[in-house]
Design a protein around this ligand. Structure first.
Ligand SMILES: Cc1cc2nc3c(=O)[nH]c(=O)nc-3n(C[C@H](O)[C@H](O)[C@H](O)COP(=O)(O)O)c2cc1C
Length: 163
């Protein structure tokens, strides 16, 4: 199933068709636990209080927080270049992957809380990633216990130019 999702991900458009993505798939429970704990610890202990990301601390203050929500799989879309559009290309691939997951009855969630830790040189090395790769979109996957309806959103602000 995960291969099928990655097939959908790589059908995403990318600037000048660079396809600047690679995928890390973590299914080992002990590794998922390690990533969750390390990412949480990093936010709490290493991010200075005056840093823009310090607001994440309140999200992970509870010691029982599993930032991966107990999901059985984590898929990280990584940018393989630092080209100007690589982050956007990877986000397009991630959205394709999330929609494909939904189509086969899986739930997914982008875990931005994992990104500060995933982008450390030591973390990349521990995942076998080349140092110039950028973990751009960490997505957890699992079979959902509830099926939410259409999400509540503010009304879209639209500026019509012309008729
Ligand atoms: C870039 C990005 C980062 C996100 N990071 C997290 C995260 O770390 N943990 C989490 O539970 N949800 C995360 N989310 C999910 C959002 O919190 C969620 O989409 C938003 O609250 C709206 O909820 P809904 O998508 O269920 O309607 C993230 C979403 C995006 C797009």
């Amino acid at each position: 199933v995960i291969r099928q999702l990655i097939e959908a991900a790589v059908c995403a458009p990318s600037a000048m068709n660079c396809q600047p993505w690679a995928f890390v798939v973590v299914r080992e429970q002990s590794e998922l636990k390690r990533i969750s704990q390390e990412a949480r610890r990093y936010i709490l202990e290493e991010i200075p209080d005056d840093h823009p990301l310090a607001r994440l601390k309140e999200r992970v203050a509870d010691p029982d927080t599993d930032i991966l929500h107990g999901a059985p799989a984590l898929l990280i879309v990584c940018a393989t270049t630092t080209d100007v559009w690589a982050a956007q290309d990877c986000a397009m691939a991630a959205e394709n992957l999330m929609l494909a997951a939904h189509a086969v009855g899986l739930g997914s969630c982008w875990i931005g809380l994992a990104q500060p830790w995933l982008n450390l040189p030591t973390s990349k090395a521990s995942l076998g990633l080349e140092q110039h790769y950028v973990p751009a979109a960490p997505i957890v996957l699992g079979y959902p216990t509830i099926k939410p309806g259409r999400p509540d959103r503010r009304q879209a602000e639209i500026h019509w130019i012309g008729d």
